[in-house]
Design a binder for this molecule. Structure first.
Ligand code: PEP
Ligand code: MG
Length: 587
């Protein structure tokens, strides 16, 4: 605390923007302190029934939240279906019943013990996805526990004033109930960028800060506070001076965004008349709205994992088709690049959580997973081809590391078309087929891959991870994750050269594509399409318009002579520092 009484807390910026308002603590009390007591043999049956009734009640509660979730949010509510399944999961339900029976203890204590051991197992895993799945178990058990001890279930939808939500963590059931007119911002102790709360906050454009230790014990109800979702800072009891500063900053932030957005309808054309396409990456169909609002030229990456992750079972062809068709129709005639399933790695479905791989990033993920599970793959390919009848669709295969994978995947695409033909369903097989270039072997073999691909899309998130041997989610080596690494520059050059020589279009859809500072390099390497988080579209377009293509081309020659990432950065600062310091660009 400062002399002025102001408290500054630091977390992770989960969703950009600034809000100022009063705190509302989402009450999770009443379930933490549970007592252990023995249950006599004669009463064990009743104790187990008490547990079963608490589970059934939790199930009814979840069902009614699902039913009350507005249509726009149905996609998010899918994860609640997964929670309904988790209620009866062997790990949770089966073991609690077993513990009551074997140890002759009360249901609350048995549940607490079981959850503690599940949490310890999942949370020690280095993978974000598994840690977040531990949270799913906690949310589900918390609901059961509340019913066991008779504590009230907190309902976010009943909040009757504009507030900033403060919580240990928000469950998907909580976030599904967020109403934009009531919730200005979100602060949680747990949760990361890839958490469900993060996705929703960014979709709704609500400022959010995650990972604030002790948030719920330090912050009191109704306290005035500032949330800066861009820097990850919280200020409690701000002074007049701080308030004025942040109000100004908020206005500036909004003006800057508006200023950039104003030019967003203009094409991404360099000062000397060279045009590239600026596309949006989406995970949820709702994000299409953002891409359209920021005038993206299409969808360069539609990550299709979410429907599988949030589904208790595999989604059906019709469910997938409906989602894809919605996106394709909204974007038509602009292209929608649907990437086939890339689960495992950092995205594992709940039903596979028990079969964790030692090193999922290098495990059965992406195309490898799909080729091992032809029925799952075929269902998705059929849905994509059917959606392609409604607009401009491209299909893209992730994690291609060898030539035979692309051949096999294309063979399956043909089989999907043949089966649709037989079933008399309308579809379009006349679509572009591309691959992600995100494994170093695909860069080396790019000339061979080019024989079978209409386009390459460079996935820098994985390509940097695999080529520099830096786990993209490991904070201890985050400083070594260098997009400017000369090795990365040389790979871009190789892919670009092969593309030109073989007549294969070269795109980029990794995070690097959405960073304005990278634009001179990417333009210089003649990447034709850059696909990014929709929020980045305006500033990347603005950067493209501020530079000359011919300058960028000769600039890459100097870039390729550099021996360190720092050298590349210095070069960029020297050549483009003025443009990059443009305040509007950095909003
Ligand atoms: C990438 O690896 O750069 C990419 C776009 O895919 P994802 O982030 O989904 O792995
Ligand atoms: Mg990838």
């Amino acid at each position: 605390m400062s002399d002025t009484g102001e408290i500054l807390l630091k977390g992770i910026g989960g969703s950009p923007g600034i809000c100022i308002g009063k705190a509302y603590l989402v009450d999770k009390e009443g379930v933490d302190v549970v007592k252990k007591y023995a249950v006599s043999k004669a009463d064990l049956k009743e104790e187990k029934n008490r547990f079963k009734s608490a589970v059934n009640k939790a199930k009814e509660e979840l069902h009614s939240i699902i039913e009350e979730t507005p249509e726009d949010f149905r996609e998010h509510a899918n994860i609640l279906e997964t929670h309904v399944v988790l209620l009866k999961d062997k790990m949770l339900y089966g073991r609690t019943i077993e513990k009551i029976e074997k140890e002759g203890i009360n249901a609350e204590w048995a549940l607490k013990k079981v959850v503690t051991s599940i949490k310890a197992r999942f949370r020690s895993m280095s993978d974000d996805y598994f840690r977040e799945r531990a949270e799913d178990i906690v949310h589900v058990s918390d609901r059961i526990m509340r019913n066991l001890v008779g504590a009230e279930q907190e309902s976010i939808k009943d909040i009757d004033r504009r507030v900033i939500l403060i919580a240990e963590d928000l469950s998907p059931a909580d976030t599904c109930q967020i109403q934009l007119e009531k919730v200005m911002g979100v602060v949680t102790a747990y949760g990361g960028m890839t958490s469900h709360t993060g996705i929703i906050a960014r979709t709704l454009e609500i400022p959010a800060v995650f990972g604030v230790d002790n948030a719920t014990s330090i912050i009191q109800n109704d306290e005035l506070m500032i949330v800066d979702g861009t820097t990850g800072e919280l200020i409690i009891h701000p002074t007049e001076v701080t308030l004025v500063k942040y109000v100004k900053r908020r206005v500036e932030h909004e003006l800057h965004r508006a200023a950039i957005a104003r030019g967003s309808h203009l094409p991404a054309q360099t000062a000397d008349g060279f045009t590239i396409q600026i596309m949006g990456n989406i995970e949820l169909p709702e994000e299409v709205v953002s891409v359209r609002n920021y005038c993206g030229d299409g969808i360069g990456l539609y990550r299709t994992e979410f429907q599988y992750l949030s589904h208790p079972d595999f989604p059906s062809e019709n469910e997938l088709f409906d989602k894809y068709k919605d996106v394709v129709e909204v974007m038509a005639p602009k292209p929608v690049t649907i990437r086939t399933l890339d689960i495992n790695g950092d995205k594992t479905p709940v039903r596979h959580a028990g079969t964790a791989e030692q090193n999922p990033a290098m495990g059965l993920r992406g195309i490898r997973y799909c080729l091992k599970k032809p029925d799952v793959f075929m269902t998705q390919l059929r849905a994509i081809l059917r959606a392609a009848a409604f607009g401009n669709v491209r299909v893209m295969f992730p994690m291609i590391s060898s030539y035979d994978e692309i051949c096999e995947a294309k063979k399956m695409l043909d089989q999907a078309a043949e089966s649709l033909e037989k079933d008399g369903l309308s579809f379009n097989r006349n679509i572009e087929v591309g691959i992600m270039i995100e494994v170093p072997s695909a860069v080396i073999m790019a000339d061979v891959m080019a024989e079978e691909a209409d386009f390459f899309s460079i996935g820098t998130n994985d390509l940097i991870q695999y080529s520099l041997a830096i786990d993209r989610g490991n904070k201890h080596v985050a400083h070594l994750y260098q997009p400017f690494h000369p090795a990365v520059m040389r790979m871009l050059k190789r892919i670009s050269d092969v593309g030109k020589e073989k007549g294969v279009k070269v795109f980029m859809c990794g995070e690097m594509a959405g960073d304005p500072i990278q634009v001179p390099i990417l333009l210089g390497f003649e990447i034709e399409e850059l696909s990014m988080n929709p929020l980045s579209i305006p500033s990347v377009k603005r950067m493209v318009r501020a530079i000359r293509f011919e300058d960028a081309r000769s600039f890459t020659k100097d870039v390729l002579r550099q021996t360190t990432a720092e050298g590349v950065m210095n070069l960029l600062r020297d050549a483009y520092g003025d443009i990059l310091s443009d305040k509007v660009l950095n909003a």
